[in-house]
Design a protein around this ligand. Structure first.
Ligand code: GLP
Length: 241
């Protein structure tokens, strides 16, 4: 793992966006795996700025999001579909048909998960996967006790994740308890991975991910085995290293 420590969230976002922009410049039809959560918002803002300044172009870029809440319609402000439009897609020239997000309101979960995996394979696989990390070490929505060999599937969220995400909902009771998420195997098949973490509430998890055992109890620890994984932290998230 390559570890980069940035001074603060702003610097972390700039660093992450410039690495992503490098990927886009190197391969204009890159397949990007994208993440939600509060951490990548600054990175998306930087990418939008670079797009507006003519530095990068999304015309041929293909994206696959990591996950989507189960049962939230796309029009719901808390859906990841809504989030991605709000923070990135509506501001850039990506083509609609090149954007992929699991369909959280499907009636047939099994086919939806299979279809998602097949779509990824059809593109030749993810070139560059962006990740955040949950307080409990989840990546995507792969919660502790994860099966490392899992591909896209329906997951039941941990209470800790439900509590952490309640801040985005008007009523904490509205937080979905399930989600469709790429599996660890899907994520590990990406050619490059970049994980971002900000703030001291992630510090213990980050220490475990980098220095601890590789264990299903801390799903992100599997990234120790990825040959092209970069971790970008701000000083607070890196404080225990
Ligand atoms: C959600 C997402 C994850 C994200 C995590 C952390 O659970 N499914 O992909 O990494 O939140 O969010 P934050 O960046 O807000 O701490």
């Amino acid at each position: 793992m390559r570890i980069i420590v940035a001074k603060d969230y702003n610097e972390l976002s700039k660093k992450a966006a410039s690495i992503l922009a490098g990927q886009i410049l190197l391969k204009s039809n890159s397949v990007l795996g994208l993440a939600t959560g509060s951490t990548p918002i600054g990175t998306y803002q930087e990418l939008v700025r670079m797009y507006r300044e003519g530095i990068i172009d999304f015309e041929e870029i293909v994206t696959f999001n990591l996950d989507e809440y189960y049962s939230l319609p796309r029009s719901n402000e808390q859906s990841y579909y809504y989030f991605m439009n709000e923070h990135l897609f509506q501001h850039i020239n990506i083509r609609n048909e090149n954007v992929h997000i699991p369909n959280g309101i499907t009636r047939d979960i099994e086919s939806e998960c299979k279809r998602y995996e097949e779509e990824i394979k059809k593109t030749g696989g993810i070139d560059f996967q962006l990740l955040g990390i949950g307080r409990n070490g989840h990546i995507g929505f792969n919660e502790p006790d994860v099966k490392f060999e899992a591909v896209t599937h329906l997951v039941t969220l941990d209470q800790d994740t439900i509590d952490a995400n309640a801040r985005f909902f008007d009523d904490p009771k509205d937080v979905p308890h399930k989600a469709i998420s790429m599996g660890i195997k899907t994520i590990m098949h990406s050619k490059k991975i970049m994980l971002l973490a900000s703030g001291s509430e992630k510090a213990k998890t980050i220490y475990g991910m980098i220095h601890g055992n590789i264990t299903p109890e801390l799903p992100a620890s599997i990234l120790q085995l990825h040959p092209e994984a970069t971790v970008i932290l701000d000083e607070a998230a890196a404080e225990l290293l």
